[in-house]
Design a protein around this ligand. Structure first.
Ligand SMILES: Nc1ncnc2c1ncn2[C@@H]1O[C@H](COP(=O)(O)OP(=O)(O)O)[C@@H](O)[C@H]1O
Ligand SMILES: CC(=O)N[C@@H](CCC(=O)OP(=O)(O)O)C(=O)O
Length: 301
């Protein structure tokens, strides 16, 4: 037998009901809208968090939104490269990817992480998830890029930008009621038969623009963008595209591709972009369905 503690149970129940009611305008606003969700490798820190993420995607789809997942896997790629004895380094936030490394990148992204996420989503919502690599069905076309670090041009090897997106395959999955899970690889359009390693933040932004998504949400391992990193008092709750453009040259490492992606998305017509803490279970539900959201939001203008 269990007993009721009337006042505390009542308060807790009221709080839960208020949260549900708070979600109502957001359920209306986002109904039938596409949300691109970037799930970073650093946010996939435990099986529990991955399972919570998968359940969140099923929740979003079930209440009428259209989530599209773009996953990362930086730390997992690094671990596999180490296992194979292949060296890799990051320059300007991007992995230098030689001919040996690109095979490992593809194996980890499309062969391991994508499969795991599809499996987890399908455990929560049978048959909802479908894996799509950027190399499939003409989804992405890429072009090699270098990066300028301290004024010097650095060759990144098989690393590229997405220069063309054909989102038909993603729309087809969405129309069929599925949750597409996209890996950030692209065919190298200048070197047929070769693949490019695309930063997953950049891939998510390019896809969000092509789909004209309502929102891009990036899950990572910090609560959001710090304007004066690593000063923990400088967490930004909202920033305009103009302010972000000014801040961008002062940013470091992992935040450079992430904030560039948010800026590209908003400049490309996506209404909003947000960076949130993927280590907090169900953070995406709080971001989408509460008035103040969490993390850092990037807004146009
Ligand atoms: N200004 C900043 N604000 C927040 N995090 C920052 C900043 N500058 C650098 N970082 C680093 O960026 C990391 C997130 O990028 P990254 O490691 O590439 O994550 P992910 O795997 O999610 O893409 C954070 O863990 C943090 O260490
Ligand atoms: C060019 C480049 O750096 N590609 C990334 C692709 C994976 C990725 O972006 O994963 P996260 O989102 O977890 O960082 C890499 O090789 O790590």
């Amino acid at each position: 037998m269990s007993t009721l503690h009337e006042s505390s149970d009542f308060a807790l129940a009221s709080e839960k009901a208020e949260t549900l009611i708070e979600s109502l305008p957001w359920l209306r606003r986002f109904r039938d809208r596409i949300i691109v969700v970037k799930f970073g490798g650093n946010a996939m820190v435990s099986p529990e968090l991955q399972a919570a993420f998968a359940a969140d995607m099923v929740y979003l789809r079930t209440v009428g939104l259209k989530p599209v997942v773009v996953h990362g896997g930086g730390p997992q790629i690094s671990a596999m490269l180490t296992k194979f004895g292949i060296e890799s380094e990051f320059r300007g936030g991007y992995r230098v990817t030689n001919t040996e490394a690109i095979d490992v990148v593809r194996m980890v992204l499309a062969g391991q992480i994508s499969r795991e996420l599809v499996g987890l989503i399908n455990q929560s919502g049978a048959g909802l998830a479908a894996a799509v690599s950027g190399e499939d069905a003409g989804l992405f076309q890429g072009r090699r890029r270098g990066v300028v670090v301290d004024g010097e041009e650095v060759d990144l090897g098989h690393v590229g930008d997405i220069v063309h997106v054909d989102p038909s395959v993603v729309f087809a999955h969405l129309d069929a009621g599925r949750i597409p899970v996209v890996s950030s690889l692209a065919p190298d359009m200048d070197h047929p038969g070769h693949s490019l390693n695309v930063n997953a933040d950049a891939a998510a932004a390019a896809l969000a623009v092509a789909l004209q998504a309502e929102k891009l949400v990036v899950l990572t391992d910090v609560p959001g963008l710090y304007s004066d990193w690593p000063n923990r008092d400088s967490l930004v709750s909202s920033i305009s595209a103009t302010e972000l453009r000014e801040l961008l040259p002062k940013l470091e490492s992992g935040m450079i591709p992430k904030m560039t992606a948010c800026l590209d998305a908003v400049d490309g017509g996506v209404s909003r972009a947000a960076i949130i803490d993927g280590r907090q279970p169900h953070s995406i539900l709080l971001e989408i369905f509460t008035t103040h959201g969490i993390g850092t939001e990037v807004v146009p203008a």
